[in-house]
Design a protein around this ligand. Structure first.
Ligand code: FAD
Length: 236
């Protein structure tokens, strides 16, 4: 009984959620194929593969259809984290632009030497007057080269392991933040992936996401859904 309740509490599905039927899933597949045939003609697909440039003109249409790796990163990795963990002020300030597609979102947890073992990250956030100073780099960040808002994880206590990580919202206009390079990937071309640098980036207190040293809870809560959504890509 307790296990059952715990499972129900950990799901992000709304109360009373009924999983889609096989017919509904078939219909969804058909609609996605129809969208791809109509909106992504061979010329656009081959240009995107060749040049590895995100087709910006498709951004809002991909968003309306709810498909694509860049859209998944925007919606699952950034918007979802803000709606689950943001304060009312943060939601009012950031969500309208993100939901309309006028702003692009990303999430930065991975580093050169911290992938699967993400808790070994080295990016730090030191408390200062009115906020924190971030230093470090993040690797393989989807939408990194384009993002307006990035959910960033950093160590606020380097001695505390998983209990010393905090989530922040970094805005691309913040001084000291930059995308050092866009990666030239073998696959998933056209979905921009970047290496991000935080060089003494001041993050104001208003941009703390959740609580200090409780970033792993924020991170794992998001990963529940993110990994599930993104696993659909490799499965085809
Ligand atoms: C296209 C793309 C987009 C991405 N977008 C983002 C993003 O938006 N934001 C972000 O933060 N990160 C992003 N990432 C990074 C992604 O989260 C990492 O690639 C992932 O966490 C795996 O880390 P890694 O690549 O360092 O692999 P590693 O951790 O080095 O793993 C390599 C292999 O070793 C295996 N392995 C690792 N540890 C163990 C172990 N203890 N025991 C047994 N096997 C093990 C793994 O299963 C894997 O097969 C992206 C990556 C890609 C490829």
């Amino acid at each position: 009984m307790l296990l059952h309740l715990r499972r129900a509490a950990s799901t992000k599905h709304p109360r009373g959620f009924a999983p889609p039927s096989a017919e509904e899933l078939g219909e969804l597949r058909e609609r996605v194929q129809e969208f791809a045939r109509r909106e992504i003609p061979e010329t656009v697909a081959s240009r995107t593969d060749r040049e590895n440039e995100f087709p910006v003109e498709l951004w809002k249409r991909l968003g309306n259809a709810g498909i694509g790796l860049s859209y998944a990163a925007h919606s699952q990795l950034c918007v979802n984290q803000l709606s689950l963990n943001g304060s009312m002020e943060q939601k009012q300030r950031l969500l309208p632009g993100l939901v309309s597609g006028d702003k692009v979102g990303a999430l930065a947890m991975s580093e050169h030497s911290a992938g699967s073992d993400v808790v070994s990250m080295r990016t730090t956030a030191k408390a200062t007057d009115g906020g924190w100073i971030l230093n470090g780099t993040k690797m393989w960040i989807t939408n990194g080269p384009d993002a307006d808002y990035i959910v960033v994880y950093a160590k606020t206590d380097t001695q505390a392991g998983s209990r010393g990580i905090t989530a922040f919202i970094v805005e691309k206009t913040f001084s000291g933040f930059s995308c050092m390079r866009k990666l030239d990937k073998l696959g998933m071309r056209g979905s921009n992936t970047g290496e991000l640098v935080f060089d003494n980036v001041f993050v104001p207190r208003d941009n703390l996401l959740g609580k200090v040293n409780e970033g792993v809870r924020v991170l794992m809560e998001g990963l529940d859904l993110e990994r599930l959504v993104l696993s659909a890509g490799p499965l085809g």
